[in-house]
Each structure stands twice: as structure tokens, then as C-alpha cells.
Design a protein. Structure first.
Length: 335
């Protein structure tokens, strides 16, 4: 008769208690006298630390990981350039940007330097400024070629991408969406091939790179960029599968092959809690964030592990952790 060892080439291990298992691992629990195995469970959001200030109802950006994250900006003048750092449990206020502004693009890490590009202030509105973070303070660096705000950034301090956004004044000329795409080498920006669709307030995937990036959603909608996604290969942007939900002001994290979008605003100008996960080919709806809101910040290296924070209205200071691949122990049962 065939045995498990004969088929798989190894024996089932025995343990007095359930071990920290890997996906697909099988073992026998000698205490409960049960055969058990480990699988990947359904993703879920869980509450995290509270920010020191509510970062406004939009224009809140982040970068880093779930245990070393940075949040920059806020929608109100008192929060322009506001900076907080997250250690996976709590937020700490850090030195603000040298040039107070909101709707910046972010990239990099909390210690190896963070590139911040663009943004808005009071008249003359859009700015080209870039600043780098060393874990303590910000320092000015090379300006964008095309001054604008609400674009999205990804990459590192020495190799970053800043894409999309908008510019103009409230009165004249009218606000205009941008399809600009620029690359940063650690000191200066250079123009690269433009986005296929001009857009602003898109979801950000800061773990992307200058050779593999993703952009999703944004304005204008409902017939504009609200559900359109594009992928960057280092040379050009290509349209890929749309999100299931039209949104702008949404949060996001991950990279070009594994990402999440969440929250935002729909065409009816109401906030949404919808969350979708990207596997490199298509978007799948998963568990919603706790409360519908727009302008949420987010950061994480992949679409299976990240955080969301801030947003509104009303302005919120909450943080949520996403675990898209939690381990679940199951017991083998027979009938």
C-alpha cells in the first residue's frame, strides 16, 4: 500500500503543539491527536496605531513598510508638509518639509532618504520642489521639470518616478490634468514617455520602481481615468485591466505585480470603502476598509501586506493593517 512518505518523500512530523507553519505544511498534533495542515486564509483589515493629527480629507501620501512608514502632508494649511513616522504600532511626529505644501508624491524609505516631489501651496499654487529625508530632517534637491501636484511617486531616493498630477489656478487657467512622467536620479529629474491617460489623485504604489511601476484610477471620471490602470516597463506605459470600481482620491500600496487600492470617492462624490487586490493581471474585490473615506495614505511592499491611514471626511487619524495572506491552521477530518 502506498504511504505518505512514499508519495511525498518524507514523513509527517509529530508535534505536541501546532508549530509556526509554512503554507502547505502537514503535521500530527500528539496532544489533540489530530492531523493538521496550514493554508493561506482570506485577507482582512485590522486596527493599528492612531496618528497624532488627522491628516485631512485628502492629499495624504505615504511610503515605506508596515513597520517603518512615513506619512507626509494633509489637506489643511496647518498640516502642509506635516510628517509622521510609523513603527508598526505607533506614530511619531517628525520635522516638517522645508517648503510647506500638500498633494506631494512620495518614494523611498524612512532612513535611506525619501524623495518628495511637487505639491501645492497658496498662490502660485503648483510647485516643482523636491526634498529628501534622512530619518530626521528634510533637505532640498533638484526641482521637477514640470511643476505640478497630486502626482504619484515610487522608487528610491536615487531612482524614483513621479507620474501624472495637475496644475493651474482655481480662476485662470482652469485646473488641468497632466500626463507628465519624470524620473529622478538622486539629484535631478528628466522627462520620460508620458502616461497614456492624463490623470490626478490616482492611487499610489510606492514600492514600484523606475523599471516596473503601476498607476490606477484618478480624475477625470466617470468616463476618464477613474478605473483605468497603466503599467510602466522602464520605457513606456501600457494600459492593463481596469479596476472594478471607478474612484479617485483612493489609497494604495504595493508594486506592479502585487498591489491594493482602497477607499476614495466615486462619481457621485460620495466616499467608498471598497478594496481591490491586483495580482499582476487583474483586480479582485476583497474585504473593505472599516470606513469609507477619501484621500487615504497607504504604504507596503506588496498587495498582501500594507497599511492605510488618514482620510475623510470627517478627517480621521486611524490606521488599518492589511494581511492578505494570513496563515490558517486546519484539521483533517474524515467522514
Amino acid at each position: 500500500m502506498a504511504t505518505y512518505k512514499g508519495i511525498k518523500g518524507f514523513k509527517v512530523q509529530s508535534h505536541a503543539s501546532d508549530p509556526t507553519a509554512n503554507e502547505g505544511q502537514v503535521w500530527y498534533n500528539t496532544t489533540s491527536n489530530a492531523l493538521k495542515y496550514d493554508i493561506i486564509g482570506a485577507g482582512a483589515w485590522a486596527s493599528g496605531g492612531t496618528m497624532n493629527r488627522s491628516n485631512g480629507h485628502n492629499n495624504n501620501r505615504g511610503t515605506g513598510t508596515t513597520t517603518a512608514a512615513l506619512a507626509v502632508g494633509g489637506n489643511y494649511p496647518s498640516q502642509y508638509g506635516y510628517t509622521e513616522q510609523y513603527d508598526g504600532t505607533s506614530w511619531t511626529v517628525k520635522n516638517p518639509l522645508n517648503t510647506a505644501r500638500y498633494a506631494v508624491g512620495t518614494a523611498g524609505t524612512t532612513t535611506a532618504g525619501l524623495a518628495i516631489a511637487g505639491g501645492f501651496e497658496s498662490a502660485p499654487y503648483e510647485l516643482p520642489n523636491t526634498e529628501e529625508y534622512d530619518g530626521t530632517s528634510w533637505a532640498e534637491s533638484g526641482d521637477l521639470t514640470d511643476a505640478r501636484g497630486t502626482g504619484v511617486g515610487c522608487g528610491t531616493q536615487t531612482a524614483a518616478l513621479y507620474s501624472g498630477g495637475n496644475y493651474g489656478t482655481i480662476i485662470s487657467p482652469a485646473w488641468q490634468n497632466s500626463d507628465s512622467n519624470e524620473e529622478y536620479n538622486g539629484s535631478s529629474w528628466s522627462e520620460k514617455n508620458n502616461l497614456t491617460t492624463a490623470r490626478n489623485y490616482s492611487s499610489q504604489f510606492s514600492a514600484g520602481s523606475t523599471t516596473a511601476a503601476l498607476i490606477a484610477g484618478g480624475s477625470p471620471f466617470p468616463v476618464g481615468a477613474g478605473d483605468l490602470c497603466e503599467s510602466w516597463n522602464g520605457t513606456s506605459w501600457t494600459e492593463v485591466s481596469d479596476t472594478n470600481t471607478v474612484r479617485n482620491y483612493g489609497g494604495g500600496f504595493g508594486n506592479s505585480t502585487s498591489a491594493m487600492v482602497f477607499g476614495g470617492e466615486n462619481p457621485g462624490s460620495s466616499t467608498i470603502a471598497d478594496t481591490e487586490q491586483w495580482d499582476g493581471t487583474s483586480w479582485t474585490e476583497v474585504a473593505d476598509v472599516a470606513a469609507g473615506r477619501q484621500g487615504m495614505g497607504g504604504t507596503g511592499l506588496t498587495g498582501t501586506l500594507g497599511i492605510s491611514f488618514g482620510g475623510g471626511p470627517p478627517a480621521l487619524s486611524t490606521t488599518e493593517h492589511w494581511d492578505g495572506a494570513p496563515a490558517v491552521v486546519k484539521t483533517v477530518t474524515v467522514s
